[in-house]
Write a protein of this length. Structure first.
Length: 256
């Protein structure tokens, strides 16, 4: 993969999971990376890994607080700031029946979307001032299909909105040499499941979902990262507005 777009790669949610794997891939290709995360310990650990590989910095920010993530906007708006790549990888997932969702549950999902919308808007203006760029959003298979075993109406609504935003941004920003795509993963082993599964039980719980996927296993974060990297790279310079399924074949048909 070639990454010839000038400017840094800004990874929202880059301290763990798919975001961190994307950051590692980009750093390994000599792209300067800025990761954004809320957990200070995770952020420090991730930065240590990345700096051992290449040039990386971090911004600690809570995406649920405009006052907190304002520092991300300020960084993007600095006179000499140049963002060439943006990955929106922040996420939260906690399945719950539709009738049991509280207003707070709803706001948890939509609050992330709001922050990523505003950050993406600010990045787009930065890219328009410079030489364009490439953006990838991490969507979800749940945005395209409901799964009875994992009721997740608010999460799916938020991710479907992110898919729609991807296409609208792609249309509106194409004239400015800005490409916008998304990936739509099924079950991928990441820390996101620790929101509702004991960390010590996550591996066993996910193993029980292997047969859900036609390929026969859940995905790995680095596999999704490879597709994200491909969409960011010059290899896909004629691709924009796409929602790519990275799901072990689930959208083609499920085993059960």
């Amino acid at each position: 993969m070639n990454f010839n777009q000038s400017g840094v790669a800004l990874i929202i949610g880059g301290s763990s999971g798919m975001g961190l794997e994307v950051a590692k891939l980009l750093v390994s290709h000599q792209v300067d990376v800025v990761i954004v995360g809320n957990n200070e310990t995770k952020l420090k650990d991730a930065l240590g890994v990345l700096q051992a590989m290449g040039n990386a910095t971090s911004i600690q920010a809570n995406l649920y607080s405009k006052n907190s993530y304002q520092k991300v906007l300020d960084y993007i708006n600095e006179p000499n700031s140049k963002v060439g790549y943006l990955v929106n990888a922040a996420g939260y997932f906690n399945p719950k029946p539709f009738i049991d969702h509280s207003e707070e549950d709803y706001e948890t999902y939509m609050g992330l979307n709001k922050a990523m919308f505003i950050i993406s808007q600010t990045v787009a203006k930065n890219m328009m001032r410079n030489t364009g760029g490439s953006i990838v959003n991490i969507g979800s298979m749940w945005a395209q299909q409901a799964i009875k075993a994992t009721p997740s109406s608010a999460y799916s609504m938020a991710k479907a909105g992110l898919h729609a935003l991807t296409q609208h941004m792609a249309m509106e920003l194409a004239d400015h040499k800005i490409r916008v795509n998304a990936v739509s993963p099924a079950v991928v082993k990441t820390p996101i499941y620790e929101a509702f599964i004991d960390p010590s039980e996550v591996d066993d719980a996910l193993e029980g979902l292997n047969s859900f996927h036609p390929i026969g296993r859940v995905g790995r974060a680095e596999e999704v990262a490879e597709t994200v990297g491909f969409l960011l790279s010059d290899k896909t310079e004629w691709v924009t507005g796409a929602i790519w399924d990275v799901d072990g074949g689930v959208m083609a048909g499920r085993n059960g």
